[in-house]
Design a protein around this ligand. Structure first.
Ligand SMILES: [Zn+2]
Ligand SMILES: [Zn+2]
Length: 388
């Protein structure tokens, strides 16, 4: 088991150590890294894959980070430098730590970047603090600057990461074709555009991993770094050597793609405003039955998806339903679902009656084991009757 990197530069070194020789063996040029990034981005952002928070999807996600590190290494830069120069704790456009567009998305559009003023924001303290940030730390830092990103749809991140990727490709083409004087400028722009791609990519990860299946991730206490580390924790995922010794550069992609075609369960879209919506949840390893959590997750998602089109439910009802499902999830995970709260939830659905009540009863039946274990099944029987 390798040690998990704890900063962007450690990530860069981690992948460089693992793949430097392989990259030389296959004579990879700087452009090849961007080609691979683009290729993987297509898979990671296609709706077919993006809906699936699967091992396979995570592998693609991690691969993108690996190739991104390779891209920066091939350009002779440091990943932390590239990110700090673009986002030194402030929005590069408005130069504020809380981008002016957060409060007012219609605020006057950002003008050109003032590169001098932006560079001035990189104080020694900013640099030392930000050099320590890992992937999750950067994701959080970027969301602190752009708080509206917490509430944006996944689709925004998909669009943005592609848009920025095109800008990166454009800048790279200009760099290659430009005169010497231009080269310095385009070289800087390439790094800025890369930082934009990377920033949106981290945001995408947050929404895929933490918003579509929040309780799974929270219970596992995973971060973006865990997700990226998992496939590489024992070395190259394909040849399983700490220093990659792969002879076939495409072996892994083929196996990943073929397993992506296999039928996968749809995790659905139970959304939370932010991970902390679960409250402070202390989970001791081994105390949680993961099989139950998985099945709870599936049933809850199916339930919420099922009731969403119901014309008898208002938007407020749907919001309440989500809150109640979260309460049940949190309570069951922490083994402290209050019987009074649970009874009130059951009563709410009973009052609604009709299809939504039927679906809720079905959901309760699906997660019956967890309710029995928590001594709550009696409440279900008393409320709805005839539940066996
Ligand atoms: Zn701004
Ligand atoms: Zn290998």
């Amino acid at each position: 088991m390798l040690a998990r990197p704890r900063s962007l530069d450690e990530w860069q070194t981690f992948f460089d150590t693992m793949f430097r020789e392989t990259n030389q063996r296959f004579h990879r040029e700087p452009d090849d890294f961007l080609d691979r990034m683009s290729e993987i981005l297509g898979y990671v952002t296609s709706e077919k894959h993006q809906q699936f928070n699967t091992e396979n999807y995570r592998r693609f996600y991690a691969k993108f980070v690996a190739w991104s590190c390779g891209f920066i290494t091939a350009r002779g830069a440091r990943l932390s430098d590239v990110m700090i120069q673009r986002f030194p704790g402030v929005c590069p456009y408005c130069l504020k730590p809380d981008c002016i567009l957060n409060a007012n998305p219609l605020a006057s559009p950002h003008k050109e970047i003032d590169h001098g003023a932006l560079a001035d924001k990189i104080t020694p303290r900013v640099r030392t603090t930000m050099e320590r940030l890992d992937l999750e730390g950067w994701r959080a830092e970027l969301f602190k600057i752009y708080t509206r990103n917490y509430h944006r749809d996944i689709g925004v991140f998909v669009d943005k990461v592609h848009e920025e990727q095109s800008e990166l490709r454009y800048a790279l083409r200009k760099l290659k074709n430009g005169s010497d004087a231009d080269q310095r400028r385009w070289s800087m722009i390439v790094k800025h555009e890369f930082a934009d791609v990377f920033a949106w990519f981290l945001g995408l990860g947050y929404h895929v991993f933490f918003r579509t299946q929040p309780w799974q991730m929270l219970i596992r206490k995973q971060t973006l770094d865990d997700i990226v580390f998992a496939p590489y924790s024992r070395g190259c995922p394909d040849c399983e050597h700490e220093v990659c010794d792969c002879k076939d550069p495409d072996a892994s992609l083929r196996s990943s793609l073929s397993s992506a075609e296999v039928g996968l369960s749809h995790p659905g879209g139970l959304e939370l405003p932010f991970p902390g919506a679960f409250g402070p949840m202390i989970i001791i390893a081994g105390q949680i039955d993961m099989t139950f959590i998985e099945s709870f997750n599936n049933s809850a998602n199916m339930f919420v998806e099922g009731v969403q089109p119901d014309p008898s439910l208002t938007d407020d009802d749907i919001a309440d339903i989500r809150k109640m499902m979260n309460q049940i999830a949190t309570g069951l995970a922490g083994r402290d679902l209050s019987p009074t709260v649970f009874e009130a939830i059951c009563e709410w659905f009973k009052r609604k009656g009709g299809d939504v009540a039927d679906r809720f009863k079905q959901f309760l039946t699906n997660v019956r084991d967890g309710l029995v274990a928590n001594g709550l099944w009696e409440i279900v029987k008393n409320t709805f009757g005839g539940m066996g």
